[in-house]
Design a protein around this ligand. Structure first.
Ligand SMILES: [Zn+2]
Length: 330
């Protein structure tokens, strides 16, 4: 997984803004409380007022950070101003519980002469100590998918299986899906590499591999079911179906005999984002064959032209993904 991380100075600036906000807020509340409840001065009044201010400051700071960072904004006002958000290790919004874990771990970051905070400047993922403890990241505000032709619907947490294409391109006649000829993939082995687990299968062809994978459901992160076939390896993870990588001939569009096109559908934009960031060489879309109108799922390059073979009539289609855009906000 790869993100643009929020660096030390950006985070430092956000902390300054947040500290000003909390201090001003706590002082106002403190002033209101004192003017309401304190009618006469006693020898302990000054100490009492100082303690009260400190107490209000603690409560405001705690609620301010934990509530805002676990909110849908994923950021405090300072972070919003600096364009950074707090996420878990996969870029998701964090829960209130995790926000608390992160918040209270700051005590540790501070105890070691604030080195825990400074760590955000030099750790690989720009994590401060409290980020590491709570398994969080601070990243530049994530990609926004801007559908030029309303192709992609906002990222939903939908599982691939639940997806129904909301828009259909009007056609004369839709060819019924071809029967899958290949055999059911056969289990080969289970592999654990670092913290990732792979269930590896061998299949005869990509269509039966996809059909097999779609019946699988992965609800654990870092868990991958992959089917190796002579036509490429397909996989299923928590984000849905994916193609491990395109075959070399797919970049050679001179092989194409017709133009296929991408059918809009809504599911997780994860694959699209990975392709847009150059982490994977393709993202999965539904394609309609320009010759026989058969529809199937295949991987295409981001903002580029890809050669794909129709599983029905075997014609090589040229598919242009230039109208699907991911905008990275700064
Ligand atoms: Zn076809």
């Amino acid at each position: 997984m790869d993100f643009e991380y929020g660096g030390f100075w950006r985070r430092f600036a956000a902390v300054i803004i947040d500290s000003i906000i909390i201090t001003v807020f706590a002082s106002i509340i403190n002033a209101i409380l004192i003017s309401t409840f304190s009618r006469r001065t006693s020898p302990n009044a000054a100490t009492g007022a100082a303690l009260l201010l400190y107490f209000i400051f603690l409560i405001s700071s705690w609620l301010y950070y934990t509530l805002l960072e676990s909110s849908s904004k994923q950021a405090t006002v300072g972070k919003m101003a600096l364009g950074i958000i707090v996420t878990d290790l996969y870029g998701n919004r964090i829960s209130f519980g995790r926000a608390n874990g992160r918040y209270w771990s700051k005590i540790l970051s501070a105890l070691i002469l604030f080195i825990g905070f400074i760590m955000a400047g030099f750790t690989e993922k720009k994590q401060a100590l409290h980020d590491i403890i709570a398994s969080c990241l601070v990243v530049k505000k994530d990609v926004v998918v801007k559908p030029k032709e309303e192709v992609y619907i906002k990222p939903a947490k939908a599982k691939f299986k639940q997806v129904t294409p909301p828009i259909t391109i009007p056609t004369k006649k839709v060819t019924p899906a071809t029967k899958v000829e290949g055999k059911q993939p056969r289990f080969i082995q289970k592999l654990v590499k670092e913290n990732r687990t792979y269930e590896i299968y061998k299949g005869t062809d990509t269509e039966s591999a996809k059909k097999f994978l779609i019946t699988k459901r992965v609800d654990k992160k870092l868990y991958y079911i992959e089917v190796e076939t002579p036509e490429g390896t397909w996989g299923m993870d928590i984000e849905g179906l994916y193609l491990v990588r395109l075959l070399p001939w797919q970049k050679n569009i001179s092989l194409a005999k017709c133009d296929g096109y991408i059918i809009p559908m809504s599911h997780s934009n994860f694959g699209l984002n990975m392709a847009a960031r150059g982490i994977s060489d393709n993202f999965v879309v539904k394609i309609k064959c320009g010759k026989c109108e058969h529809e199937w799922l295949d991987g295409v390059r981001y903002k580029n032209v890809t050669a794909v073979r129709c599983p029905n009539c075997k014609t090589i289609n040229k598919v242009d993904s230039g109208n699907i855009t991911v905008l990275f906000t700064k």
